[in-house]
Write a protein that binds this ligand. Structure first.
Ligand code: MEV
Length: 440
């Protein structure tokens, strides 16, 4: 049977599923049942999800958890997290509690500028292009007024437009490099709409600019799009305490713990293989909150990792130091987030997440998300430099293994109890479960 189809998007949901199960699955009824099992019985809610994307045939669930006890700038938060990895919410909660007793997290938004670019080709005289840019700049701003009016009334809008000469990289390549302030909106649609209007005004008016030669009038627009690299949309999160207050663990002294922790961070600062995993752990916390609050985690990921390589080598996002008997641990990261627009007003769980966070501004959300990342890295490094990661990780993973083997509630209770005093490994869990089943 052919696996190609035309007009798929125009089919009804049930026809799409029919084609899918008939074309791709041997156990057709099982496939259909799995897809339908995740439909929501609330038809309005289901329709909302159906209409988020094209060709929706089911819903894909992720666990939605919360991590309480986050003290951020003296305000307490319970942070919502959407994530599948067993240990992330537990790690966040543990870190939150640890720092709650040590003054909490301190955060600050350092900047909020976002960037968009019109990429174009021009093969004439640069001085003439510069004079055209100076002439057309007020009209560029004027022509986007219908788009920017509301944003400007609230204090945002276009901050600047620069002409950038990129001909050293590509012959004839120039940019309009535009900075934006989008306030509580992530701003992707706003920025892209402005850029597309800039491109049109810029190209059309070039045809009428008399100083240009006939050839110079033919500006070629390549594309107009926001940048997800936002090194000037930065937030800082920090924790600190006296070294002696650092540890609750008798197995390692606070001094030794602080020293090992700083070594671990320093390794991630200089060693890309480690830095990627170190930062991945940070993103465990960040993505979970970004997702729960309806923001674009791909944009955040791309921007954060580009920032981690800004000095030419991929490096740690977090830093740590000891100074005058104090331990400091901090991070500065770029986060372009929104608390209005996009999914924020549409998805009921996103709305609930934002309400849980006291309906934060985008700036407040940047700080909360940064804290989720810093706390996750603290928990990871704390485990890695003391007990090792697997102890806590496998403990959290225990339930997944039990579910994989369809353990009953009674079996689960016995085995969880057993592993309170034994090290969890996949093999060991299977052994214990099998023994239990043989006995019964
Ligand atoms: C696992 O998801 C994240 C860690 O690997 C992060 C780290 O190594 O720092 C534990």
């Amino acid at each position: 049977m052919s696996k190609t189809i035309s007009g798929f998007s125009k089919l009804s949901k049930s026809k799409k599923i029919e084609w899918l199960v008939n074309t791709h699955f041997s156990k057709k009824e099982t496939a259909r049942q799995i897809l339908e099992q995740y439909w929501n019985s609330d038809t309005k809610l289901q329709q909302l999800h159906d209409e988020f994307i094209e060709n929706t045939i089911s819903n894909y669930y992720l666990p939605f958890g919360v991590a309480p006890n986050f003290l951020i700038n003296d305000k307490l938060y319970t942070i919502p997290m959407a994530i599948e990895e067993s240990s992330v919410v537990a790690a966040a909660s543990k870190s939150a509690k640890f720092w709650l007793q040590r003054g909490g997290f301190k955060t600050m938004v350092l900047s909020t500028t976002k960037i968009g670019q019109v990429h174009f080709m021009y093969f004439g005289n640069y001085e003439t292009l510069k004079s055209y840019f100076t002439y057309i700049k007020p009209k560029l701003i004027e022509d986007v007024k219908p788009i920017t009016k509301n944003m400007e009334n609230r204090g945002g809008g276009i901050m600047d437009i620069e002409l950038r000469d990129k001909t050293k990289d590509i012959k004839g390549y120039f940019q309009l490099h535009v900075s934006f302030e989008t306030l509580d909106a992530m701003g992707a649609n706003f920025i892209n709409s402005c850029l597309e209007q800039f491109a049109k005004t810029f190209k059309d008016n070039a045809l009428l600019y008399e100083t240009f030669s006939e050839e110079e009038k033919q500006i070629q627009i390549v594309m107009s799009i926001l940048s997800n690299y936002v090194p000037d949309c930065l937030v800082r999160a920090e924790v600190s305490c006296k070294i002696e207050d650092l540890n609750e663990d008798d197995a390692i002294s606070p001094d030794e713990f602080a020293a090992k922790f700083i070594q671990a961070v320093t390794i991630a600062e200089v060693e890309p293989y480690r830095a990627v995993t170190h930062n991945k752990g940070i993103m465990n916390g960040i993505d979970a909150v970004v997702l729960a609050t309806g923001n674009d985690f791909r944009a955040v990921e791309a921007g954060v990792h580009a920032y981690a390589s800004r000095n030419g080598t991929y490096s740690s996002l977090t830093h740590a130091k000891i100074e005058d008997g104090m331990f400091y641990f901090w991070m500065e990261i770029p986060l372009a987030l929104g608390t209005v627009g996009g999914l924020t007003g549409l998805h009921p769980l996103v709305k609930l997440s934002l309400e849980l966070l006291d309906n934060p501004s985008a700036k407040e959300l940047m700080q909360i998300v940064a804290v989720a990342g810093l706390s996750q890295n603290f928990a990871a490094l704390r485990s890695l430099t003391t007990t090792g990661i697997q102890k806590g990780h496998m403990k959290m993973h225990l339930m997944n293994i039990l579910n994989q083997f369809q353990a009953t509630d009674q079996e689960k209770a016995i085995i969880i109890d057993y592993f309170k005093t034994h090290t969890v490994s996949h093999n060991e869990v299977v052994n214990v479960l099998q023994n239990l089943r043989v006995k019964n």
